[in-house]
Structures are given as C-alpha cells and as structure tokens.
Write a protein that binds this ligand. Structure first.
Ligand SMILES: Cc1cc2nc3c(=O)[nH]c(=O)nc-3n(C[C@H](O)[C@H](O)[C@H](O)COP(=O)(O)OP(=O)(O)OC[C@H]3O[C@@H](n4cnc5c(N)ncnc54)[C@H](O)[C@@H]3O)c2cc1C
Length: 380
C-alpha cells in the first residue's frame, strides 16, 4: 500500500511490483516446497537478485539500483505480499557496508550481495542476549594481525546458507562487528525449525576459535553499537513493511473468499459486523502505512527518523496482529487448514513481533523519547 512513498521513479516502482508478482507465480512450486521443509528457495531468491530487486539501496557503481528507504519499503512489502523469500537481512547487510564498509569491503561484497550471488546473514542474538546486547558472550581477541572469534549465535536467518555473516562480539575495546566468511575453519551452522519465517533457513551458529584478518572488522573496534543502530533504525521500516505485506495478503485473500461465500441467504461480506471488521482492519493498516511512508521519506531526506521508524514498526505489528486475528471471522473453518495461507502468515506475524526489535522494545524506545521532551513531541 504505497500511500506516500517518495520513490525516485514511480514507474520503476510499478515495474518492480509487477515483476515480483510474476516471480511469485513462476516459482510457486519451489516456494511451497520450501515452506514445508523450512528451506531457502534459492532459485526464486536468485531471480530477485537477477531482476535488480535485492540491491535496491546499493548504488549502481556496485551493481544496485541506487534507491533509498522508499524503494526498500515498497519492495520488502511486496515480497511479503506475494510470499517470496525475505531479502531483509541481505538489504540490511548492504546498508551496513555502505555506511561502515571500507572501500575494499564494499568492492568485495556489494556486487554479489546486490545480485544475490553472495548470501548474507547477521549473527547478533545469543542464548543469553536477545533484546539487550549488554550480555553478549561471543568474544573476539587479537592474535597477531588477526582476530579470533569464539561463541554461539542463535536464530540466525539464512545462517545455514550464508556465505558471509556479520558477527557482533565482545573485544577488549568493547563490542565489535566482523564480516566472517562461513567457509573458515571453526565455523559450524545447525539448522533449526522455527514456526515463522520458514523460507529463511534459520540456524544456530558456532564459532570455535574462528580466525579472521583485521580487514574483517566492520566499522571501528569497540563502536559496534553505533554500527548496529544506524542500520536497525532503517531495518525497522523493513520489518514494518513485511508486516504490512503479510497483513495485506491475508486480508485481501479473506475478502475475496468472503465476497463469494454464501451463509444462509447472504454473502459473508453482506453482514454489518463483518463490514465493520474489514473497516477496522483496513484503517489500522492504512495508518501503519502512512507512518511507515513518512519515516521512509525522512530517511531518504537524511532527516532524523529513529522515533518514526519505531512508531512505524509498532503500528505495523498492531495492524498485522489485528488483521491476522480478525481474518478468521471472514473465512471461518475454510481458513483453518495448512493448504490456506492464514496459519503461516499468522506465525510469520508473530515472528516479526519479536525479531529485529520486539514490540516491547519499540514501546520502550517511543516512551523514552516522549518522556525526554513532551513539548518537542507536540504534546504540550
Ligand atoms: C525466526 C527468527 C528469526 C530471527 N532472525 C535473527 C537473525 O537473523 N539474526 C539475529 O541476530 N537474531 C535473529 N532473531 C532473534 C531476535 O532478534 C530475538 O528473538 C529478539 O531480539 C528478542 O530476543 P529474545 O528472543 O532473546 O527475547 P528476550 O530478550 O529474552 O525477551 C523476552 C521477552 O521479553 C520482552 N522484553 C525484553 N526486554 C524488555 C523490556 N526492557 N521491557 C519489556 N519487555 C521486554 C521481549 O519483548 C520478549 O517478548 C530471530 C528470531 C526468530 C524467532
């Protein structure tokens, strides 16, 4: 639902949406299989790259389209809308490299990440550290010119198929981020079986004395919290867009069914109670889109967007949870089977309620900003 995304070229946006719809139809069998097995649908993922829909924020000199947050939001939402594999981590990685990468890192990784031939993952969460990174246990110590990384990461999207993963570890200088080649000795991935995000080949990652060169440091040693935040304030808009896309899919499928389904003498959509439900769901979704679009436009203009991105993610979670609760009023028993999309979408929404900064973390951040200065927030 593009309400006010300031795209570089609106025609490009229309073509991107049409291409994504075609890819979803062409690769439906692969995607259905991977949903059952919890695998990455590699062919459709590579096709997204080939069509220029993974490198949307990367400049043309590195093989990308050169867009900004509005293009990222449009594509991410549409990917979720059509049930394609998420490119969220891949785009997040590109943003990280663009902001923090050395010229050599950019040249080495960005073209492949942009066309999908290099798969990227982000290894942040650990058994003892999720919402807060204060208790990270993974360590990085200097060994001559190299660094040696040891620890365990969990819930990592694409962890079992990524070529490179960004690892956040505690070094003597403080938290430090590293680009780690997953072919290095001492690295091991163990695939897990999550309820949602089934197309991401999520894994636990083990780093047993993995030795990386100093050129693998992303950003400055000890400054990885800044590295983390610059990207997460944008990637929250990606999460919001995925939630909006998922909710759109559930609501539109349910409305299509309810318009045809006869109950007694009426169609389901003739009932006043159902119409109000549709109105409530759509209104919440619309509100979430307006804020998401506003925040994306702020990113594009280089203006502050941390508060707006968090509000966008919060509203998108609220709207998607509302829609995924209520669609069952429209589809009844028909929707309560695995051959229908609603169960999987519900589980994907619940995953995005937690992953990438949970609803509670968004609310904490929003509240802190308001309490800091009510006048500036327009309350007084
Ligand atoms: C399918 C899936 C994919 C994921 N992909 C990745 C990935 O690719 N890379 C990666 O690094 N991580 C990934 N994650 C991890 C995800 O980011 C974490 O699950 C998330 O940050 C929350 O951490 P946690 O699960 O440890 O919950 P905890 O931090 O243990 O929190 C437990 C509950 O307490 C709430 N809570 C925490 N702090 C507060 C507070 N201060 N106030 C109020 N409530 C609070 C949380 O919202 C949560 O509901 C993924 C998770 C899942 C499920």
């Amino acid at each position: 639902m593009n309400i006010n995304l300031e795209l570089k070229d609106p025609e490009w946006g229309k073509r991107a949406v049409a291409t994504l719809r075609t890819i979803a139809a062409d690769y439906k069998d692969e995607i259905d299989d991977c949903l059952k097995t919890g695998n990455l649908p590699l062919k459709s993922f590579r096709e997204l790259g080939k069509q220029g829909l993974i490198g949307v924020v990367t400049p043309p000199e590195f093989g990308g389209y050169g867009g900004s947050a509005p293009e990222y939001c449009l594509v991410t939402e549409t990917i979720a809308r059509y049930g394609l594999p998420s490119t969220q981590a891949q785009v997040q990685g590109q943003i990280w490299l663009l902001i923090w990468g050395t010229p050599e890192q950019k040249a080495h990784y960005l073209p492949g990440m942009s066309d999908g031939s290099i798969i990227f993952s982000e290894a942040i969460s650990e058994p003892g550290a999720g919402s807060s990174l204060k208790t990270l246990q993974t360590t990085a110590r200097r060994a001559g010119d190299d660094w040696v990384i040891s620890g365990k990461k969990i819930h990592i999207n694409g962890g079992a198929c990524s070529d490179v993963t960004v690892v956040f570890a505690m070094a003597e200088q403080g938290m430090t981020a590293f680009l780690v080649d997953t072919k290095l000795p001492g690295f091991r991935a163990v695939v897990t079986d999550p309820l949602g995000y089934r197309l991401a080949l999520t894994a636990d990652l083990y780093f047993d004395e993995v030795r990386v060169p100093n050129s693998a440091v992303l950003g400055t040693p000890g400054q990885a919290m800044a590295t983390f935040l610059t990207t997460f304030n944008v990637s929250r808009l990606g999460n919001a867009s995925e939630l909006i896309g998922l909710a759109r899919r559930a609501l539109s499928d349910a409305i299509r069914y309810a318009k045809e389904r006869v109950v007694g003498d009426s169609k389901v959509t003739d009932f006043q109670g159902i119409q109000w439900t549709i109105a409530d769901c759509y209104s919440q979704l619309y509100g979430a889109c307006v804020v998401r679009d506003h925040a994306a436009n702020l990113v594009k203009r280089g203006q502050g967007h941390a508060l707006e991105s968090s509000i966008a993610k919060k509203l998108a979670i609220d709207a998607a949870e509302k829609c995924l609760n209520e669609v069952f009023a429209l589809v009844g028993g028909h929707g309560l089977y695995w051959d229908q999309p609603y169960g999987q979408i519900l589980l994907d929404v619940k995953t995005l309620r937690v992953a990438g900064g949970s609803l509670e973390i968004m609310r904490n951040f929003i509240a802190r900003q308001i309490l800091k200065d009510e006048q500036q927030r327009g309350l007084l």
